[in-house]
Design a protein around this ligand. Structure first.
Ligand code: ZN
Length: 130
């Protein structure tokens, strides 16, 4: 079994201009652990999801599901926190503990997370399930 996680800083020299490291993955997992239960949903029905947006080795935003409103997705919260036209995220990398949604409308999000990611010109999405 192989893993896409960077084992060290040397791992991703080839395609890692934003200097993503295992520490960013750990931050995303730590965020996921902060997810609160959602009213009306069983605990096992609510995924724990954390997101970290990285540029040049630094996290620009971190977020977790339900951080703002019940059911809000982590990557949406991270991207929309400062407005949907924020240009800080162009060319950044997003680490997310669950693949971004591709369909549907989610409360105030109004569009799937994949569309938010595309509209912010995120360079690369690193995703896995904790
Ligand atoms: Zn989503």
């Amino acid at each position: 079994m192989t893993s896409d996680y960077p084992e060290s800083d040397d791992w991703c020299v080839k395609d890692n201009p934003n200097k993503v490291t295992i520490e960013h993955f750990k931050q995303a997992i730590q965020q996921a652990e902060l997810c609160a239960p959602e009213p009306g949903r069983a605990k096992h029905e609510v995924p724990k999801v954390g997101a970290v947006i990285v540029k040049d080795g630094q996290p620009l935003e971190i977020a977790h599901r339900n951080e703002v409103g019940s059911g809000d997705h982590a990557e949406y919260i991270a991207l929309a926190r400062t407005g949907d036209d924020d240009r800080r995220f162009v060319g950044t990398d997003l680490i997310i503990t669950l693949e971004p949604c591709t369909a549907g409308r989610h409360g105030i999000q109004k569009k799937p997370c994949v569309e938010w990611i595309k509209s912010h010109n995120i360079r690369k999405v690193w995703s896995d399930t904790p």
